[in-house]
Design a protein. Structure first.
Length: 65
């Protein structure tokens, strides 16, 4: 997974897989998801990210079974 933040446009782009998107769907007026050829989500775009996501405090944890 890769997370990119574009400060000049306040856009957060999250890439979940290396698959190429073939379709984009609107979840709401500021959130887009990209689907691959199998209908699986491969990326997400969040507009106006500072108001919707706590940008400076993004963290993640890997949990192994």
């Amino acid at each position: 997974m890769k997370i990119q933040y574009f400060e000049e446009t306040d856009t957060l782009y999250i890439i979940f897989s290396k698959n190429s998107p073939v379709e984009t769907r609107d979840l709401d007026e500021n959130t887009l998801i990209d689907l691959d050829e199998n209908g699986q989500m491969c990326s997400m775009t969040i507009e106006h990210a500072k108001n919707r996501v706590d940008i400076p405090n993004i963290e993640y944890t890997t949990i192994k079974r």
